[in-house]
Structures are given as structure tokens and as C-alpha cells.
Design a protein around this ligand. Structure first.
Ligand code: SF4
Length: 340
């Protein structure tokens, strides 16, 4: 309770007393709100967004190049499951990845897509990138082939670091050793698609592994000196706001802790099993304002040493069924800014 006690005052002027008490109560609430806002603001100022962290680390602006390794996914080919995670689209959660071509060609294509974002003052020869193998499970393949592919990518002078998207149950010893070797040449990050800590949701979306597997993977990668980035989806069917915040809180308290986090709203994409489910039995999808308020609470929980790689997802518009607001990136970013 916040101290608003409607006791009858000695003078007997009850309505006046209530008015004064209510005014004080509101002021106290406002001050409390303002104080929380200030603390949060201060905290957010300390938190590192990816672009800033990259500039600090590499001394320049760095962009990610989405590349393909040609791997598939054990949650699709029957090894672990069939049909994949219910939210995963045909492109294996990597719609923007370059088509499977030799690495140098993929890099050339991907550079052509992002080079316009660099300030003109940075000459082409000085531009830096992260080779991001994003779609499907990029450690699910023959280690020698993957080693050759990733070595070729990081050998290029413009590549500052390597980022590998994968599942935590696809990190056998040989693969972790290979990544640790590459990490001695240039920084290697492993991006793990956790999405949620809640087993019932993980089962419902057919993730195909329990939380303990994720915990082991983080431990193993960190022991090998590899940086870990965790993907979380906010708004999975059946999850309450509290459930989502619990996932973020859990990651914030993990030991060892992930180095980075990607938060994104659930997007229902055409052609996925989730889309079928949504069409059959529509379930609530977060409104933009609701999502932004949730992000603010996530930022309040996250410690300063976890780099924030993403606060929103921008999936392929042509496949997007819901939420429609996520197609308007400018509006999403403006609203987020307003909330934060
Ligand atoms: S693990 Fe990744 S690639 Fe595989 S089905 Fe799930 S989201 Fe898609």
C-alpha cells in the first residue's frame, strides 16, 4: 500500500482532507515514477547497444553481412524433429542471408547491400564487417568443410569477426574446438536461439531441446573463450508478460553469463506452422505500445555487461501476417525511443 489512509481529520472537513491526501498520494506516485524513470534512463545510458560496442571494440562502424553456410537444421531433417520450430520460415530464420555461393561472392553481394549505410568519410578500403552465418544451424555439418568455409571468411581483411547462428544441441566437442581455433585468429561469436526458458512454450513451438542443453552449451562455449549471444522471442503463444520477463531475468543472472542478447517480437510469417495455428485459432499478438513497454522492463532487468544486439525484429515484409506494425520499422523505432 502507498500510504493513502482516509482517516477522518479533527476538523471534520472530510472532503477537503480526502482532496489533500489524494493530492499528496498522487504526487508521491509521480515522484516515484519520475525517480524510476531517472534510474532507468541512467541505466540505459550505461547499457551498450551493439553499434556502440562495435565502434568501441574495432574503432570504426561495423556492419553485419548475412551469409549462408549451406547447413540445414536437425529440427527439420528428422534427426531431432521434423517441421522445425513452429515460427521458423522456409529461409531457416535467415531470410536476408546471401544465396549459397562461394564465400567471396557472398561477401561481395552482402557488402553491396550494406555499403550504402557507411558514412561517406569511411573509404571502401577501411570498411569493416562481421561475417554472420545466420540461417539454419551453422554448426550442423562436416567440421572440415565448415572450418574451411569460416577460415576463408575470417581471412579476409575486411572481416573483423565471425558470428555463427546455431542450436545449443549442435555443438559437439570437435566443433567447439574448431570455433576456439578460429577465435584465436579473429573474434568468434556463437548465437544461440533460446527464445524462452519455459519448457512448456519450448515444447509448444517444437524447439526440440530442454533448457539444460542450453545451459551446458553456454558453459562449454564460455570455457572455450567464445562469446555467446542469445536470441529471445517476446510474445510466444501462451506466455504472459511475467513469463517473458522471467526469461530475461534468468539470462541476466546466469553464470557464466551470455555476452549479448537479441530481443525480438514474435512475428507470424506465411508458410510457417505458427501461421497455420494462427489462422486456425487466432491468439493474441502484442500491440506496439505493449511491446515497447515490455522492452523498457527488459532493459531495466538486463545488466550493463550484456550487449544489446537487437530490440526488435524486422522479418521479411512479404511473409508477415502479424503483427502488422512490425513492417513499419521507422514507426517501431520511434515508438521504442519514446518509451525508453
Ligand atoms: S533451430 Fe533455427 S533453423 Fe532450425 S527450425 Fe528452429 S529456428 Fe529454424
Amino acid at each position: 500500500m502507498h500510504g493513502f489512509s482516509p482517516t477522518v481529520p479533527g476538523c471534520g472537513d472530510w472532503s477537503k482532507h480526502v482532496e489533500v491526501q489524494a493530492g499528496l498520494y498522487c504526487r508521491r506516485l509521480c515522484l516515484r515514477g519520475l525517480a524510476r524513470q531517472m534510474i532507468l534512463l541512467e541505466k540505459i545510458m550505461r547499457q551498450k547497444m551493439l553499434s556502440e560496442a562495435l565502434r568501441e571494440r574495432f574503432g570504426t562502424k561495423v556492419y553485419k553481412l548475412s551469409l549462408s553456410s549451406g547447413c540445414t537444421c536437425p529440427n527439420r531433417d528428422g534427426t531431432i524433429g521434423v517441421g522445425g520450430c513452429t515460427f521458423c520460415s522456409e529461409g531457416g530464420s535467415g531470410e536476408f542471408a546471401a544465396p549459397l555461393l562461394p564465400v567471396d561472392e557472398q561477401i561481395r553481394h552482402a557488402r553491396a547491400r550494406v555499403d550504402g549505410k557507411f558514412p561517406a568519410r569511411i573509404p571502401v578500403s577501411e570498411r569493416k564487417y562481421i561475417a554472420y552465418f545466420q540461417s539454419f544451424t551453422n554448426t550442423y555439418g562436416e567440421p572440415e568443410r565448415l572450418k574451411a568455409l569460416y577460415t576463408e571468411a575470417i581471412s579476409r581483411p575486411e572481416i573483423a569477426a565471425l558470428s555463427i547462428g546455431t542450436r545449443p544441441d549442435c555443438l559437439p566437442e570437435g566443433i567447439v574446438e574448431m570455433l576456439a581455433d578460429l577465435n584465436r585468429i579473429k573474434p568468434v561469436w556463437v548465437e544461440l536461439g533460446l527464445q524462452t526458458i519455459h519448457e512448456r512454450t519450448a515444447e509448444a513451438v517444437n524447439r526440440g531441446y530442454p533448457l539444460s542443453v542450453f545451459e551446458d552449451a553456454v558453459k562449454k562455449l564460455k570455457e572455450a573463450g567464445i562469446e555467446v549471444i542469445v536470441h529471445v522471442i517476446l510474445g510466444l503463444p501462451g506466455e504472459s508478460r511475467q513469463d517473458m520477463l522471467e526469461t530475461v531475468r534468468y539470462l541476466s543472472r546466469m553464470k557464466p553469463r551470455p555476452d549479448g542478447i537479441k530481443l525480438q517480437q514474435l512475428q507470424i510469417l506465411r508458410g510457417t506452422r505458427l501461421a497455420e495455428q494462427f489462422e486456425r485459432e487466432p491468439f493474441p499478438v502484442m500491440e506496439l505500445e505493449e511491446y515497447c513497454a515490455l522492452i523498457r522492463d527488459c532493459l531495466e532487468i538486463l545488466p550493463d555487461d550484456i550487449v544489446i544486439h537487437r530490440l526488435t525484429g524486422d522479418g521479411p515484409k512479404k511473409l508477415l501476417i502479424a503483427p502488422k506494425w512490425s513492417a513499419d520499422k521507422k514507426r517501431v523505432l520511434n515508438t521504442l525511443r519514446k518509451w525508453i
